[in-house]
Design a protein around this ligand. Structure first.
Ligand code: SAH
Length: 433
């Protein structure tokens, strides 16, 4: 290690403070680039990995856990950009540091020459935008999907001219102004909103917060999807306001719902159900536990002049599915899209039981030859495990099933095999005999 600790620390700490303070929302990129370069060349601290660690980091995973680290240069501040080295001296990457988190470093680049500065965010977000344009996700899309776009813990959803961002770790939160500048530079948006009202931020020592990152604007917007329109509430809606990940899957129900009597549960603002009505369903009933979601869903039905076909009611889907299957109600298509049932391995069994229960009840409600449309967004439930759960549910319901469609989230949420939870959505259609 050639770094001169005695001289380095004091000066560097001072510079870090200045560096952070120098990031106003609409600062001039030039000054910042210069200060970041000086900062990086002279003062970047290093983190050294242990010899015996799994191949995960070498294979492309950007997270470095505290128990994988052998040594840290003195004076590293939470949120700083650090350089990480393997035990054999090989450069592993550059990323942001937080001693409060179990994930000590999240890597932003594997290229030592790349500086993490304002321009870095312009370049990265431009890359993300090129990928979405290439793959056909333009009007509305997840513009940045965190780790899968090499911008760990950063989410940016684009709703036409409006952008919603989440910075879920300290090290990325500190670059929020640079991220906002990059969005302004690339898109000249009508508005940017921050949905950082997410509990996971507390693990990083960050407060929960939401608000404007641009001039205030009306956060009740309307978006287009597959020829339909949807009200989206960017301020009070769930997550960033709208579930973009199901975009392609909503289109996948097109043929099976024609002339069908459809039941949807866990509908949120009614996107799947309104698609079903649009694609020719005879009648559609949607159930969600949230009064607010039901109100928005009925509003969306009216917006598309489909309110004579599709209706939404507030109820607990677990109770309703159980009761109605006992009552012998029958539908041609049942659609289920529950929220994630767990985020922790300790309660995975509960999630499995939950999926089995709703799918079993759902299948019992389906006329022979009808279809079950079922999703799982619990990332700890692998695609294989999900298929096994559905098979168990079919067995217990004494129904035969065959797979029609099995896919994942839309391609604006790309999947990196080495980063497991980048694939989180399972979307399955089975025919139920
Ligand atoms: N299909 C929707 C997303 C659904 S999100 C879309 O594509 O936009 C999951 C929904 O399940 C949320 O709206 C939540 O309010 C609802 N929910 C959670 N628990 C529920 C329960 N027990 N019964 C009914 N709905 C529930």
């Amino acid at each position: 290690m050639t770094f001169n600790k005695a001289k380095g620390i004091g000066a560097r700490e001072q510079l870090t403070v200045m560096h952070r303070k120098q990031r106003p929302l609409h600062s001039k990129p030039g000054t910042l680039i210069l200060s970041s370069v000086v900062f990086t060349l002279r003062f970047m601290k290093k983190v050294y990995l242990k010899k015996k660690i799994s191949n995960r980091i070498a294979n492309g995973h950007p997270w470095i856990f505290a128990n994988e680290v052998q040594k840290i240069d003195e004076g590293v501040n939470d949120g700083d950009i650090v350089e990480v080295f393997f035990d054999n001296g090989k450069f592993a990457g550059k990323g942001y540091f937080n001693s409060r988190s179990q994930i000590l470093v999240r890597l932003l680049t594997r290229d030592r020459k790349i500086e993490i500065n304002e321009q870095f965010f312009v370049d990265k977000i431009s890359d993300c935008w090129r990928y979405r344009q290439k793959t056909g996700y333009i009007e509305n899309c997840r513009l940045v999907f965190g780790e899968a776009d090499e911008l760990p813990q950063l989410i940016i959803d684009k709703f036409n001219d409006y952008f919603v961002i989440q910075t879920l770790a300290l090290g990325i939160d500190l670059w929020k102004a640079a991220i906002v500048n990059a969005i302004n530079q690339i898109f000249s948006p009508k508005g940017i909103y921050e949905r950082n009202d997410v509990p996971v931020r507390e693990l990083e020592g960050l407060p929960q917060h939401r608000g404007f990152l641009s001039q205030p604007f009306d956060t009740g917007i309307i978006i287009n999807e597959n020829g339909l329109q949807f009200h989206v509430d960017l301020e009070n809606g769930q997550k960033t306001g709208y579930f973009l990940d199901q975009h392609d899957n909503r289109g996948a129900i097109r043929h099976i719902v024609r002339d069908a009597e459809v039941l949807g549960a866990f509908t949120y603002t009614g996107t799947f159900e309104i698609h079903a009505a649009h694609y020719g369903a005879r009648s559609v009933l949607g159930i969600d536990i949230s009064d607010n979601a039901v109100e928005q869903a009925n509003r969306n039905a009216r917006l598309n002049n489909l309110d004579s076909v599709v209706k939404f009611e507030a109820a607990n889907a677990f109770d309703v599915l159980k009761q109605w299957s006992r009552d012998g109600r029958q539908y041609d298509v049942v659609m289920l899209d529950p929220p994630a049932f767990t985020k922790s391995r300790e309660t995975i069994q509960k999630a499995i039981t939950g999926y089995k229960e709703i799918n079993l009840r759902g299948m019992k409600l389906i006329r022979p030859g009808g279809f079950l449309v079922t999703s799982s967004c619990t990332s700890l439930v692998s695609p294989d495990l999900f298929l096994q759960i559905i098979a168990m549910a079919a067995k217990d319901a004494r129904r035969k099933i065959r797979q029609v469609v099995f896919q994942t989230q839309s391609a604006d949420h790309p999947i990196i095999r080495e980063i497991e939870n980048t694939q989180y959505l399972k979307f399955l259609i089975v025919q139920v005999q």
